[in-house]
Design a protein around this ligand. Structure first.
Ligand code: SAM
Length: 373
């Protein structure tokens, strides 16, 4: 074991050197998982939670315990953290780490689904290997009404349709690749979460969602009531895109339809969440907190950049336009993004894609701006 520091936590983790193969190391080769590449996920979660102010937290898939430990030490008002991992080595390490950090916590060695059917808390964190889908129902079961659930998903290949059968199995999604699939992936994930919560007559409202590196992260506020759940379900849609001319449609039904502009069979993705990805008040609170209380965060600059982009794009609900995709349909070079943004006047960058823009305008207006730039 070696001691590392992340944020205000100091924890013991398996020494990467002992598990190298041919001089290389992958966190999943160690007996207990600790991935420094997920620091941004934990940093930003600390800031979001400092705004949401939960008192009792469940870190349902804890590994080393780093996440729950950071929540306890870095967020004011957290009274208790419940840690859990199915793996005995992880539980042994969590016990050492919470003692080292003087955390008020309780540690379980259960299947997360079993634990989440036994306890209640006001924030549940689901941070698994791959898909969070197997843990959604139990997470929404364990959260109190008015509480919060956050999920990490690293199975982008399923959600962006590199593996369409996997998307169908895990998320009940008809998955075809559209030019804005990076955003559809998170919308598909949210759609699945909303349907799982609805089974329990709960409404899972997405309040902060982002893509980074190789994963999605979504925070939900969970409210009670069949009516509220129905209202969210009514905002699940299928997105359509013409692979030939870029024309788009949205419908509450799954159909094989032809493009009304050029007659090509359109590609389809869904069901997916068609509403807001953010609560804009929360985003500005996160931005302010970040600047006032959290300049010590290990990857502060990356977090700040991400939150600023998210703040600019948060007002646009329709998925981004991918400029290289549209330009190639027009057989034109990709214009400078800033020129297209100022041509549209009502548009912004998007954190989902470097060559993407967000706007409330339609595809014809975007094409017009590409043509003249
Ligand atoms: N949250 C951790 C962090 O931020 O560093 C990383 C968690 S790691 C990606 C996933 C953990 O879930 C592993 O430690 C694994 O042993 C545990 N796990 C896998 N399946 C589980 C299950 N069904 N119930 C409880 N824990 C499980």
């Amino acid at each position: 074991l070696i001691k590392i520091k992340e944020g205000k936590a100091e924890i013991l983790v398996p020494d990467p050197k002992s598990y190298e193969i041919d001089g290389k190391f992958d966190p999943s080769w160690a007996p207990v998982f600790y991935n420094p590449k997920m620091t941004l996920n934990r940093d930003l979660s600390v800031v979001v939670l400092s705004v949401l102010k939960p008192k009792k937290i469940v870190d349902a898939l804890s590994a080393s315990g780093i996440r729950g430990i950071r929540y306890f030490k870095e967020i004011e008002g957290v009274e208790k953290v419940i840690f859990n991992d199915l793996d005995k080595n992880a539980v042994e390490l969590i016990n050492k780490n919470i003692e080292l950090n003087k955390v008020k916590g309780e540690v379980f060695n259960k299947d997360a689904n079993a634990l989440l059917h036994e306890i209640k808390a006001d924030f549940i964190d689901i941070d698994p290997f791959g898909s969070p889908a197997p843990f959604l129902l139990s997470a929404f079961n364990a959260v109190v009404r008015g509480g919060y659930v956050a999920i990490t998903s690293t199975d982008l290949s399923a959600l962006v349709c590199s593996s369409k059968y996997s998307a169908r199995r895990k998320y009940d999604i008809y998955c075809e690749r559209l030019s804005f699939s990076r955003e559809l992936g998170v919308r598909g994930l949210i759609g699945k979460a909303i349907r799982e919560a609805a089974i329990l007559e709960k409404a899972a409202i997405p309040i902060f969602s982002f893509y980074y590196d190789y994963y999605y992260r979504v925070f939900f506020k969970v409210e009670g009531g069949a009516k509220r759940a129905d209202n969210l379900l009514s905002k699940l849609v299928y997105y359509y895109e013409c692979p030939n001319c870029g024309y788009r449609e949205r419908s509450e039904y799954y159909e094989r339809i032809k493009c009304t502009k050029c007659g090509t069979l359109m590609r389809v993705y869904g069901p997916a969440w068609g509403g807001e990805l953010y609560n804009t008040d929360l985003v500005s609170d996160v931005k302010n907190k970040l600047q006032s209380n959290f300049t010590y965060l290990p990857v502060y600059n990356h977090v700040t950049r991400l939150v600023s982009t998210v703040e600019n794009e948060a007002m646009y609900t329709q998925p981004y336009y991918k400029l290289d995709f549209l330009s190639s349909r027009l057989k034109k070079n990709v214009p400078a993004k800033n020129k297209v943004i100022s041509c549209l006047s009502d548009a912004s960058n998007t954190h989902f894609d470097n060559v993407g823009i967000k706007t409330s305008k339609n595809v014809e207006e975007v094409i017009q701006c590409i043509k003249i730039n």
